[in-house]
Design a protein around this ligand. Structure first.
Ligand SMILES: C[S@@+](CC[C@H](N)C(=O)[O-])C[C@H]1O[C@@H](n2cnc3c(N)ncnc32)[C@H](O)[C@@H]1O
Length: 291
């Protein structure tokens, strides 16, 4: 399947100074920056693992000194306390929060992806989520990048889940600037009164996605995002203008269970798996063999 539409390339800011390429914006796509957008390619198989890990740790330190970090930190710790409270009120055991990160991008060549990875590490710390309980997947990861992620202590998934991960316990999903189909698939898989409240999502604002897409296409192709808009709570996270390519349009999306329980049963009936047959520019990479 053809992938990497121009806007996606725009997210890949290089910091290595290798081969640059101007990218163009797709009609209706999110504006990330007014500055010239660039992407680049390089051989990632020769990645210096130690140096890359050091660079990521430096970025973590840099981000933790940013004025906007405390507000993101609240989001990380709130995800944890929300689930601790739920455990208490429901009389069940308090379950440890886990994390799933899709679509981080090639962090050894992209400044945006490196900053997003550093932010993920900070959020895990804020939410007291053990590194091994954070699973990461992006088909763009090189062998070297997977080694870096393992060195950091994270769990690298080997299967393309297409975002269809069922939250069986409280889960923080971190999907930065990902294709709409990834969010839609995630919502489809968790579309029930039982599972949606277990989902805390840090990623693109659903409202922003809708505003940037032709309404007829949005409701046709992304039914679950469309319906989620009236069920979820969305809290925008701050982003300094300097880091607009990295953290723009990010929100914390949650599904308070009280509201879901009051909805008619029809909300949860007939849940066809998304097919995207009409999507001319599907923004995600699908599994090679479709079931
Ligand atoms: C627009 S890029 C965003 C990259 C980075 N987060 C950023 O903001 O620069 C979307 C990312 O989603 C990844 N992606 C595509 N299909 C995916 C899938 N099935 N599962 C996980 N990630 C996927 C792509 O490889 C790409 O890195």
């Amino acid at each position: 399947m053809a992938y990497c539409e121009p806007t996606f390339k725009a997210a890949q800011m290089s910091d290595t100074g290798a081969e640059w390429q101007v990218a163009q914006r797709r009609k209706g796509a999110a504006r990330k920056s007014k500055s010239v957008q660039v992407s680049h390619t390089c051989s990632q198989e020769e990645l210096d693992i130690e140096k890359t890990v050091r660079r990521i740790r430096d970025t973590v330190s840099e981000l933790s000194c940013e004025d906007f970090w405390p507000q993101w930190k609240v989001a990380g710790s709130a995800a944890r306390s929300k689930h601790l409270q739920n455990g208490d009120t429901e009389g069940g055991p308090c379950q440890q929060l886990e994390c799933v990160c899709y679509g981080l991008g090639s962090f050894s060549s992209s400044v945006s992806a490196r900053f997003q990875l550093a932010m993920l590490l900070l959020l895990l710390d804020a939410g007291q989520i053990p590194l091994k309980d954070c699973s990461v997947y992006d088909p763009a990861f090189s062998r070297g990048e997977k080694a870096v992620l393992r060195e950091l202590g994270l769990t690298v998934l080997t299967e393309n889940e297409e975002g269809k991960r069922l939250a069986t316990k409280p889960t923080l999903f971190y999907l930065m600037h990902c294709g709409k189909a990834l969010y839609n698939n995630l919502l489809w898989r968790n579309w029930s009164v039982r599972h949606l409240p277990l989902v805390t999502l840090i990623g693109n604002s659903f409202t922003g996605m809708m505003d940037r897409t032709v309404e007829r296409e949005f409701t046709r192709d992304y039914r679950y995002i469309t319906e989620a808009l009236s069920l979820c709570e969305e809290r925008q996270l701050p982003c300094p203008s300097r880091l607009i390519d990295v953290f723009s349009d990010t929100a914390v999306v949650t599904f308070p269970s009280g509201g879901l329980e009051r909805l008619p049963q029809s909300t949860w009936a007939e849940l066809p798996e998304p097919q995207y047959t009409h999507c001319s520019d599907l923004e995600i990479i699908q599994r090679e063999t479709q079931s």
